[in-house]
Design a protein around this ligand. Structure first.
Ligand code: FAD
Length: 415
């Protein structure tokens, strides 16, 4: 008898899973049995999504009772089971290895983050999916397939939205460990940012800009440097905030990583510490990706509609993601500016303001973050994805019964 638990809600509570319970297989045999006997199945991982991407009209399964394993081999690491970046990073660091980047928080699962194109910042840093070199997937018959970089299905499998099957292990590229020093600065004028966003966002290994689109007191440049050089922010008028950090209208709590001192990559690249509640905690998030080449025009377009969403906004974060070759990636063959919104936790209010932003960004071929709230209809999202048909062909081949489909995927992939 396979254990179960209640499905509950997403991390922010903005979506209650329709599936009543989650099956908890304890080993590979039980997982294969669950998958092979399901008509409809999705995986619930660490639940840090803001929509119904992980939900199922049939069965939900979690790998949380399955064994986890982290095996480092040269410049690769194989990660098996439900492992978070908070668990993975110190193991890599102990062996002198590192990932090229991390998202704003380490609490999320490696499989869920890579399945949705989760990213940090940096003009030369691809998203976390782009670090994958192989994916191991259990298909609808319960058979495991290893799809590596040379497999023609890899550009679908490395950012799959969970559509190809249950990912039981992933392999990621690592690099020698490195140290990062970070600091957050006030005083950089929005006009300087808007005039040349790439100059600011490209100033260090990873740079984020926080803004509320109007109040200069809320504008912050948060730079993470692997060379220790941050003179460029000071030349733009930036003054270090030290411990007194405020991210827009997010409640100020002691949850951020140390600034002003050097530390291993995984202790500085995320904004939020693994031992604390990240961000505000009571929020919804949205994010749109536009070509970096159009960053200045896209920022002007959003700023023009900012009064329409101001009442819902806690803070915007601007980041960059380097181009990759993954078919569903928001950065597929284009370097992008990521325009992120942390909203008050008011679903109706948020859904009512998103169309203004989506209309403003439509001329820039904006793609939404797969794991965050958006209102663009599926056919409009699909129209921004030049390789959507190839992705659908791989899905049809991998999952002819449509077991891993759900409402979300039917919207995005169409009939
Ligand atoms: C506070 C906060 C901060 C965030 N910061 C960032 C950020 O800096 N950058 C960014 O890009 N995003 C960010 N996000 C969004 C988050 O990284 C993504 O939504 C990510 O997908 C969450 O992964 P998860 O495992 O927690 O989610 P889940 O909802 O559990 O899973 C995500 C998707 O992956 C699928 N999946 C997971 N595991 C498997 C598996 N083993 N096999 C098959 N499918 C699987 C699920 O079915 C689902 O479709 C943030 C979210 C929060 C709540």
């Amino acid at each position: 008898m396979i254990d179960t638990r209640a499905a509950g809600t997403t991390w922010s509570g903005n979506h209650r899973y329709r599936a009543p319970e989650v099956l908890l297989p304890a080993d590979a045999d039980e997982l294969a049995e669950v998958v092979a006997s399901a008509d409809l199945l999705r995986v619930q991982a660490t639940r840090h999504t803001f929509n119904d991407i992980a939900d199922s009209e049939g069965t939900l399964v979690s790998l949380e009772r399955m064994p986890t394993r982290i095996a480092i081999d040269g410049d690769r690491v194989r990660v098996e089971g439900l492992v978070t970046f908070a668990e993975l990073a110190p193991v890599l660091e102990a062996e002198g290895r590192a990932l090229h980047n991390l998202g704003s928080l380490p609490h999320i699962s490696v499989t869920g983050a890579t399945a949705t194109g989760t990213h940090g910042s940096g003009v030369t840093n691809g998203n976390l999916s782009s670090a994958l070199t192989a994916v191991e997937i259990v298909d609808a018959d319960g058979t495991t397939h290893r799809i590596d970089h040379d497999d023609p299905r890899f550009p679908a499998a490395a950012l799959s939205l969970g559509a190809l099957g249950v990912i039981t292990a992933v392999e990621l590229r690592t690099e020698p460990t490195y140290a990062v020093t970070q600091q957050a600065y006030t005083g950089v004028a929005w006009d300087d940012i808007a005039a040349d966003p790439i100059a600011v966002l490209g100033g260090a290994r990873s740079v984020s800009i926080f803004t509320t689109w109007g109040d200069p007191a809320h504008d912050l440049v948060w730079a993470k440097s692997d060379t220790g050089t941050t003179g460029w922010v000071e030349e733009l008028g930036g003054r270090p905030v030290g411990d007194d950090i405020h991210l827009g209208r997010i409640r100020t709590v002691d949850n951020t990583t140390p600034r002003g001192s050097s530390g291993p990559w995984h202790t500085r690249l995320p904004h939020f510490r693994a031992d604390a509640l990240p961000s505000d905690g009571d929020e919804i998030q949205s994010e749109y990706f536009v070509p970096l080449a159009h960053a200045a025009e896209a920022l002007a377009a959003v700023r023009a509609v900012a009064p329409s969403f101001d009442a819902q906004l806690l803070v915007t974060e601007l980041r960059t993601v380097a181009a990759d070759e993954l078919w569903l990636s928001p950065a597929y063959r284009r370097d992008v500016l990521a325009i992120h919104f942390t909203w008050r936790n008011d679903t109706d209010g948020v859904l009512s303001v998103l169309p203004h932003i989506e209309a403003a960004l439509a001329p820039f071929d904006a793609r939404p973050h797969w794991g965050k709230a958006y209102t663009m209809p599926g056919d409009r999202v699909r129209a921004t994805l030049p390789r959507a048909q190839e992705f659908k062909d791989v899905v049809r081949q991998a999952d002819p019964r449509g077991v891993f489909r759900n409402t979300y995927l039917r919207g995005v992939l169409g009939p």
